[in-house]
Design a protein around this ligand. Structure first.
Ligand code: BGC
Length: 737
């Protein structure tokens, strides 16, 4: 405020808060030397890039992302700085957020994280991640929002908008096609334009156009022969061209590869390059970055047009005015009760009840747990008693606290005992460090204890170790690690009352699925992990999460794994995406493969009845019909037909009955989460437009809906369709991308 009061008529425009940002950018630019402009484009430490000290323009502080604000890293190395003031609230992984299918929750998440970032004086949070879930082996799927472009697009926007209201930029990453960690630097993804536009780009486009995201991070991989961080097609033609992105493109850390391309093809800020200069004995290490000394010389010699640096510097200044020099931004806060509540709420809404059957002759399902407070609960599994916020690569967090499942279950049920059952070993980045414990004894101990329990809660799944859910490596198979299959089978053989809870960001194979009554998908839930899990197990909260990706029964049921090794994992040179647009449920449905758990699946402790859908259009005729510019209104009454309050995600898919090109059987086009009291009915209404009917016509570089009949599928998951209807599109409709 003081700053505003001392302004005078002579105050330069770039310092005037109420001047529009473009005038401030132009004014600042006009006062800067070439060297100062170029200095903006490369790091000055691991997570900081410079401003213009002479003009009082501050630097930019970047921080991971995307589930909380990462702990402080040293100036020049990846070592943690060991501060005592940088612990934070850990929010659930983005997979969990996507599983909530609730955009309002996404806004709460983005705002709370934005507040924590402000308090920690960060200008940009390196998230959200919206790479599409292509294979269950990808080590970083937990940081992303699932397999469906529409779901990811809808969920990513409120996160960005709410975060940015705090004067903190979001960073949609990793643009694009970074769908695996194995060979992530170097793999050359060969992808068709159709798959690019229909599957892999929509969430980024939504982040830019609907979310107004301030920054985008390029990916490590190559796309059709060109590096992601300076890929002309993706960055210049599509992002900054077709979508009109006015923000900053930053490299993934160490993702720049070449000065010519970095200068010319859309990169603005280079971070994390390994040419740190120290080894050359120069004073300033970062001058050896691709966009530093060599770029500056190239500009001076006329090799690179001055327009490139004018554009880069303008974008970076715009980001600074939107964030660090935005005096209207709030102070922020961290580790507040409100943030804990947001973390718990996201977790509660994202937990997915995959299976819930009665045991033996009982008529009621095993969950919610029926026994009283004093029942004998046996908790089994390393994941019940292990931190999931502190490893996994760049998303790892220094949570101020993390309530484990064991802690929360023990609090709810004082007669809880624990058996480790299996040991995941220590989490060491980029290394598998085997357990030193005896697996047979751990298993035998758990099975012996299970005989005397009223209920066994097994908490297993994956963890954040190398080749599990962790950066820089993929899983080696879809199987559960650490011999958990055997443990689960032996537990259920001695005690049928087994609840299996999985922490993971990925689908796992479940050979024992038919013998276990209850299965809960619990993602990585952050600080409030155990509390949210207990809320769901006890029925204090009725689960309402739905899977954001397909659980195939086996790996080869997944599109990317249905071809040769070139298709996955590829090699350091070449990886054709042969499944093309048929990712996730699109593949399973086209090939008539029954998934173990379908996209959009998730049970509740209540039941929902779907009434008859009404399909209305403004066209005439027996079958509802529309043409370009018109809409179809689809309404469906949904009733809570059970005994407890609950939330249902009503999902609307559309399929083209006949097309000149191959199309998926159906695709998600709309959804709505609704809360209903027992007996309550609400009519859900969706408006379908010709945009919802289009495919990407690559030959003509346009979106196209062909005239004909379309089927609407409304249901509780992609495989649980409760109602169908048809309507006609009477003319072809096209749209520019
Ligand atoms: C990751 C990014 C992360 C960056 C900075 C990279 O290794 O791929 O997601 O934001 O490091 O930590």
């Amino acid at each position: 405020m003081l700053f505003v009061l001392i302004m005078t008529a002579q105050t330069p425009i770039y310092l005037q808060q109420d001047a529009d940002i473009e005038s401030r950018v132009a004014d600042a630019l006009s006062r800067m030397t070439l060297d100062e402009k170029v200095r903006l484009c490369t790091a000055q430490s691991k997570f900081c890039s410079p401003g213009v000290p002479r003009l009082g323009i501050p630097e930019i502080w970047w921080a991971d992302g995307p589930h909380g604000v990462r702990a402080e890293v040293s100036w020049d190395s990846w070592a943690y700085a060991d501060w005592t003031s940088d612990s934070i609230t850990a929010f659930p992984a983005l997979t969990c957020l996507a599983a909530s299918w609730n955009p309002e929750i996404s806004a709460l998440y983005g705002n709370a994280l934005g507040e924590e970032a402000r308090y920690r004086k960060k200008d940009v949070i390196l998230g959200p991640g919206v790479n599409i879930y292509r294979t269950p082996l990808n080590g970083r799927n937990f940081e992303y929002m699932g397999e469906d472009p529409l779901l990811a697009s809808i969920m990513v926007v409120p996160y960005i908008q709410a975060m940015q209201k705090n004067g903190v930029g979001a960073c949609a990453k990793h643009y694009a096609l970074n769908n695996q960690e194995l060979y992530r630097v170097g793999v050359d993804v060969q992808v068709s334009d159709r798959a690019l536009y229909e599957i892999y780009l929509p969430a980024f486009k939504a982040a830019v156009i609907d979310g107004g995201v301030y920054t985008i991070m390029g990916s490590y991989n190559k796309i059709n022969g060109k590096w992601g961080c300076h890929n002309k097609r993706l960055l210049v033609d599509i992002l900054k061209g077709e979508w009109g992105f006015d923000g900053v493109v930053v490299t993934d850390w160490g993702g720049a590869q070449d000065t010519d391309e970095a200068a010319l093809y859309g990169l603005d800020v280079e971070m994390g390059s390994y040419t740190n200069g120290k080894t050359t004995g120069e004073d300033f290490a970062y001058d050896y970055y691709y966009l530093a000394r060599d770029y500056r010389q190239g500009l001076k010699s006329g090799k690179y047009p001055m327009s490139t640096i004018e554009d880069k510097a303008s974008r970076i200044l715009r980001l600074i005015f939107r964030t660090s020099m935005n005096l209207d931004k709030p102070w922020g806060s961290k580790n507040t009760t409100e943030h804990s509540e947001v973390a718990r709420l996201v977790a509660q809404e994202g937990i997915v009840l995959l299976q819930n059957n009665p045991v033996g002759k009982s008529k009621t399902a095993l969950l919610p747990l029926q026994g009283d407070k004093n029942m004998r609960v046996l908790v089994v599994g390393d994941n019940a008693n292990r931190s999931h916020t502190s490893a996994g690569g760049s998303s790892e967090l220094k949570a101020q606290y993390e309530i484990t499942p064991l802690a929360a279950i023990s609090e709810a049920y004082p007669n809880t005992t624990y058996a480790m059952g299996y040991d995941g070993g220590p989490a060491v980045y980029n290394q598998v460090v085997p357990s030193t414990m005896n697996g047979d004894s751990l298993r035998a101990d758990a099975v012996a204890k299970a005989k005397n329990a009223d209920v066994v809660i097994f908490v297993g799944g994956l963890n954040k170790n190398h080749q599990q859910d962790c950066e820089d490596g993929d899983r080696l198979s879809m199987d559960l690690p650490y011999n958990q299959d055997q443990l689960i089978s032996e537990l259920v053989a001695v005690n049928p009352n087994v609840v299996v809870v999985f922490h993971s960001g990925n689908a796992v194979a479940m050979p024992w699925v038919n013998s276990v009554p209850a299965i809960v998908q619990s993602w990585y839930l952050g600080s409030e992990s155990g509390n949210a899990l207990v809320d769901v197990l006890t029925g204090a909260v009725n689960p309402s999460g739905k899977l954001p990706f397909t659980f195939p029964a086996k790996l080869t049921d997944n599109g990317a794994h249905s071809f040769d090794a070139a298709c996955y994992p590829g090699d350091n040179m070449y990886e054709p995406y042969r499944e093309d647009i048929l990712v996730g449920y699109r593949w399973a449905e086209s090939k008539k493969i029954k998934p173990l758990f379908a996209f959009g699946h998730g049970l509740s402790y209540t039941t929902f009845n779907y009434g008859k859908a009404s399909i209305k259009s403004n066209g005439n005729g027996k079958t509802p019909q529309i043409k370009g510019g018109e809409t179809v209104t689809i309404s469906i009454p949904v009733t809570n037909s059970g005994n407890v309050k609950g939330k249902e995600v009503v999902q609307l898919y559309i399929g083209d009955n006949k097309s000149s090109v191959m199309r998926p059987v159906k695709e998600l086009k709309h959804f709505q989460k609704v809360e209903l009291m027992p007996g309550q009915t609400e009519t859900i209404t969706f408006t379908v437009t010709p945009d919802d009917l289009m495919f990407f016509d690559a030959d003509n570089h346009q979106w196209k809906a062909e005239a004909g009949t379309f089927t609407v599928y409304i249901g509780s998951s992609s495989s649980d369709i409760r109602n169908k209807g048809v309507f006609n599109l009477t003319e072809e409709v096209t749209r520019k991308p």
